[in-house]
Design a protein around this ligand. Structure first.
Ligand code: SAM
Length: 235
């Protein structure tokens, strides 16, 4: 597991320096409007996501948001622009160069309601029940322990809190494959992925966006899904 983590950290340390995603292949997809991009620091946008989870999260001013695998901070800054001065947006990422880049971006212009934590998303150093919303964008597919990530998301959410994530799922078991992006080879098969979220305790799971991500001779092999689910209680 440590070897996988080290490899991922090396890859995203390169991406953090602006070397670009996926060895230059066009396999990552940004999904931000001109209006959204105008509200956030340009250095936070590396084009490493698979969707726009903030758009489906239904954020309100004053809410606390945690973004798992925040990279250079694109979704943290976007969420911060919605939750405002009374709210806060916290990014969690295990790659030091990414966290450094995100913290640097927070100074231009200053975003006092943002912070960035260096940590693995399988062991998040945040208290129970602190978040109204947990976001993640094209990250959980990379984790070697996806049940632990969803258990942590559930733990830090308040009762009634929302999970809003974009991620990659395989449409059938692709076995060992060549994968320049790295996000398809380590992704779960769709049904198993959705069951892992439900097994963590989430309910009201709803897929808001669903599009083909990788196609092969037999059709769609992997999709980018953006979904919302809820931790029971609290209403
Ligand atoms: C594909 S990038 C997505 C970054 C960001 N969410 C975005 O949309 O731009 C994946 C990010 O997740 C981080 N990451 C991958 N696995 C992680 C883990 N197990 N714990 C914490 N961070 C992780 C990487 O360091 C990298 O910054």
């Amino acid at each position: 597991m440590e070897a996988i983590r080290t490899k991922i950290q090396e890859r995203y340390a390169l991406a953090a320096t602006g070397a670009g995603c996926c060895n230059g292949n066009a396999c990552c997809a940004s999904d931000y409007s001109a209006d959204e991009l105008a509200r956030i620091p340009a250095e936070s946008v590396l084009g490493l996501g698979s969707g726009n989870p903030v758009r489906v999260a239904g954020l309100h001013p004053g809410e606390t948001v945690v973004d798992l695998g925040s990279g250079a901070g694109v979704d943290v800054f976007l969420a911060a622009s919605v939750v405002g001065a009374q709210g806060r947006a916290i990014g969690v990422d295990m790659t030091p160069a990414m966290v450094d880049r995100a913290r640097g971006a927070a100074h231009s212009p200053r975003a006092p309601n943002t912070s960035f934590v260096l940590a693995p998303i399988e062991r998040i150093p945040l208290a129970d029940n602190i978040a109204d919303v947990v976001l993640s964008n094209c990250v959980i597919n990379l984790s070697p322990d996806k049940p632990a990530v969803f258990a942590e998301a559930f733990r830090i959410l308040k009762p009634g809190g929302r999970l809003a994530i974009s991620d990659i799922v395989q449409e059938r078991d692709l076995g060992k494959i060549e994968d320049d992006c790295g996000c398809v080879a380590t992704a779960m098969v769709r049904a198993e992925y959705l069951n892992t979220i439900r097994d963590a305790g989430f309910r009201e799971l709803h897929i808001a966006e669903d599009r083909a991500w990788r196609t092969g001779p037999n059709g769609v092999e992997a999709s980018a899904v953006t979904l919302v689910a809820r931790k029971p209680g609290g209403r």
